[in-house]
Design a protein around this ligand. Structure first.
Ligand SMILES: [Fe+2]
Ligand SMILES: [Fe+2]
Length: 277
């Protein structure tokens, strides 16, 4: 296969009670049906909020299973709980073995590797990082073994949280530490990626569309498929809109297109929270 087409969706935050988010997901599904990529990757927060509404996981899975193209998944903090940080407050719903088991039972593996068009694609569970759960050490061991068998192939990495705002050594701040892969796991991961030919790091989580290159690595923040977060709740870093990201990989090259599916609308988080309050 000389070309591999991939669509990344992220943060659809699906729940039976939020029908407007389901409508946005249907618009994505229609777009995917028209484009028929080789694979769809959802980079996390498939559920609106599984830690407080466990049924959201199964509802989200049912909609993803109905997509017309095979889909790979990665967990988000609203699927499995959040990771602790060195400087921020303790998460109200931390990652736990119990929440991970619930995720595995519905969505399956939370890390994966595959190869296509001369590239290696790896997906990681960014929420176990810095947790000291056995699952974190297992994943780092697994990643080391995967990276040792790249055989010079370029790497495209997918995970829910961006590695950092602008640089690996950006200081962690209490208000925003939960936005990125936490230290010191971040440093360990970045060191591992620096030892291979990592060309792309694709993430979600922030609900802002961003695309920048640092060194020879392109960092793509996929927008939310479902909703945007008002400026009063979250600073503006990039573009606040709903949408998706399309990629075309060829041996030694790739293209990125930032897209909005026809009919996809910008729903404000505040309007969703007001409806359930
Ligand atoms: Fe999200
Ligand atoms: Fe998230």
């Amino acid at each position: 296969m000389s070309e591999f087409r991939l669509i990344q969706i992220s943060d659809p935050h699906l729940a039976r009670r939020h029908t407007t988010l389901t409508e946005n997901f249907h618009r994505l599904s229609e777009y995917i049906d028209a484009k028929r990529p080789d694979v769809v990757i959802d980079s996390g927060d498939m559920a609106f909020d599984a830690p407080t509404s466990p049924d959201d996981l199964a509802f989200a899975k049912s909609l993803h299973a109905a997509l017309p193209v095979a889909c790979r998944y990665l967990p988000g903090n609203h699927d499995v709980g959040d990771n602790p940080t060195a400087v921020g407050p303790k998460p109200s719903h931390p990652v736990s073995d119990q929440r991970l088991h619930a995720y595995h039972a519905i969505f399956g593996e939370d890390r994966w590797r595959f190869e296509a068009a001369g590239w290696c694609f790896i997906g990681l569970n960014s929420l176990v990082m810095n947790t000291r759960l056995a699952h974190e050490a297992e994943q780092f061991d697994w990643l080391a073994s995967q990276l040792s068998t790249l055989n010079g192939k370029p790497l495209a990495l997918f995970l829910h949280k961006p590695l950092f705002l602008n640089a690996p050594d950006d200081p962690e701040l209490p208000d925003t530490a939960i936005r990125y892969v936490p230290m010191p796991a971040r440093s360990r991961l970045v060191d591992m990626l620096n030892a291979v030919d990592c060309r792309l790091v694709a993430s979600g989580h922030v609900h802002q569309r961003r695309d920048f290159t640092r060194g020879h690595t392109r960092h793509v923040w996929a927008p939310s498929a479902g909703f945007v977060i008002a400026d009063t709740r979250q600073e503006v870093i990039a573009i606040k809109e709903t949408g998706l990201v399309e990629y075309r990989f060829q041996p030694d090259a790739f293209e990125v297109r930032h897209v909005r599916a026809p009919g996809q609308v910008d729903i404000d988080l505040d309007s969703l929270l007001a409806r359930t309050a």
